[in-house]
Design a protein around this ligand. Sequence first.
Ligand code: AMP
Length: 215
Amino acid sequence: MRIVLLGAPGAGKGTQAKKLVEKYGIPQVSTGDLLRAAVAAGTPLGKEAKAVMDKGELVPDSIVLGMMEERMKQDDMEKGYILDGFPRNTKQAEALDAMLAKLNMPLTAALSVDVPFEDLMKRLTGRRTCKSCGQMFNVYFSPSKAEGICDKCGAALFQRDDDKEETIKKRLEVYSASTAPLIDYYKGKGILKSVSGTGSIDGIFGEVCAQLGLK
Ligand code: AMP
């Protein structure tokens, strides 16, 4: 399984990717997570990226492509992978195709998780993530049992800096302008699949597996 997950911020790509990781044991590669790790580590790249991320804009392609090239070389990628949040524009998609052609491991599918635009705002402003295990909650739709505490591991929950209202508006605009065109890009290559991202997480996961031809 070598797949790209497409969908607006808040569509639930990360949640579905984590379920695929749990069930099939292949790595999830999230450029957002890699960038947040660089921010947390305080590297020069992280500092440059944070300023852009806090505005809701895209980090320059040169940074993201360099990071992905390094990640794709690691051994665990041979089992397959789930790309989450990458590619984000046509230039990145073309660069990814070139990278994968060199490695002789083309994508098997691009899966779009579709959620009506009106729902995304609440999903994003309500989103809370566990600092320790990465489990996600939503204060409106799937709150943790104790406020601010992870049900799974008991660590504190946090709100991402870029999940604030102003930044979210910008991220959704950037998605429509730069990332949504990738749906046609992959349709043109004949590998596009799509699922509705509304309903229960497990129900959506069933549909994801069916679309990807997984048992
Ligand atoms: P995400 O966690 O995927 O929503 O990403 C959070 C932020 O990281 C985005 O709003 C961008 O600023 C940055 N980012 C993540 N992935 C990419 C990418 N492939 N290209 C450019 N910027 C990215």
